[in-house]
Design a protein around this ligand. Structure first.
Ligand SMILES: Nc1ncnc2c1ncn2[C@@H]1O[C@H](COP(=O)(O)OP(=O)(O)OP(=O)(O)O)[C@@H](O)[C@H]1O
Ligand SMILES: [Mg+2]
Length: 239
């Protein structure tokens, strides 16, 4: 697939001025409550606006939370869902899901991989943007070997098929060593962390590892607005 793609976040996209290729795999990792799901929402919005078919796998909360986020951004969610351009997958509900798309029993990685592939194969010839929020939740019950095996095969498949992928991982859920090894399998990494002092915490975001591309690895401070989502502050801006 040709063309370049972006996060859809002002300030973050300027860090990678040339954008990314379809088939790029992005690892977003960070503290809980830092804004990973907010970033995912903007990434999906960007996808909808540029014509991608967007798939969001909700593992940590019901897909309706993302529906609400997107509505806050004035996205006509229902119309996109009806048109098959926005696919919200319920991988959260353990019992019966009311959603059109769901992945029941996500306690088998193999089964998850098969379900994900089948879903992607429903949209041949389309530019696909996939977000799994959060992948770390799916991986919890498995051994390091199982996780790495799953990871390698899955990412290889996604790359080969040109799927722009954003995998979200919550810090502290998986073993740090495993996170480091898994992190090497991605083309782009985005770290989101709380910094600053206790009385005055800052949100920080940092891009790493853009293969063969120019990018700026300096950590940036950011805030979250209900209207615009993530706002990256200028490097010299006092907040
Ligand atoms: N639409 C929104 N507008 C403004 N603030 C929001 C919005 N959605 C979430 N927030 C706030 O942004 C912060 C980050 O939320 P978010 O859900 O993205 O965190 P997260 O990194 O996904 O956390 P977790 O690991 O628990 O899933 C929270 O403090 C939340 O209250
Ligand atoms: Mg989240």
């Amino acid at each position: 697939m040709s063309g370049r793609c972006f996060f859809g976040v002002n300030g973050l996209d300027q860090i990678i001025p040339e954008g990314m290729e379809y088939g790029t795999q992005i690892l977003v990792s960070g503290d809980t409550g830092i804004g990973k799901t907010v970033l995912a929402g903007q990434f999906l919005l960007e996808g909808l606006l540029c014509g991608d078919t967007c798939i969001y796998v909700a593992c940590d909360e019901s897909p309706s939370v993302m529906r609400r986020h997107l509505r806050d951004y004035k996205v006509g969610v229902q119309a996109y869902e009806n048109a098959g351009r926005l696919i919200l997958v319920d991988a959260y509900e353990e019992g019966e899901s009311k959603e059109k798309y769901f992945i029941a029993n996500q306690y088998s990685l193999e089964k998850y991989a098969v379900m994900e592939r089948l879903l992607l194969q429903r949209f041949p010839g389309r530019r696909l943007r996939l977000v799994v929020d959060s992948l770390s939740t799916l991986l919890i019950p498995f051994t390091q070997e199982e996780i790495l095996e799953f990871h390698r095969n899955r990412l290889k498949y996604l790359r080969k098929n040109g799927v722009l992928t954003m995998d979200i991982m919550v810090d502290g859920v998986l073993d740090q060593r495993l996170m480091t090894i898994a992190g090497h399998l991605y083309n782009v990494t985005v770290r989101m962390k709380f910094g600053g002092s206790e009385g005055r915490p800052d949100r920080m975001i940092q891009v790493g590892k853009v293969k063969s591309g120019k990018f700026d690895a300096v950590p940036r401070r950011f805030g979250i607005s209900p209207v615009f989502g993530i706002i990256i502050y200028a490097a010299d801006m006092e907040v």
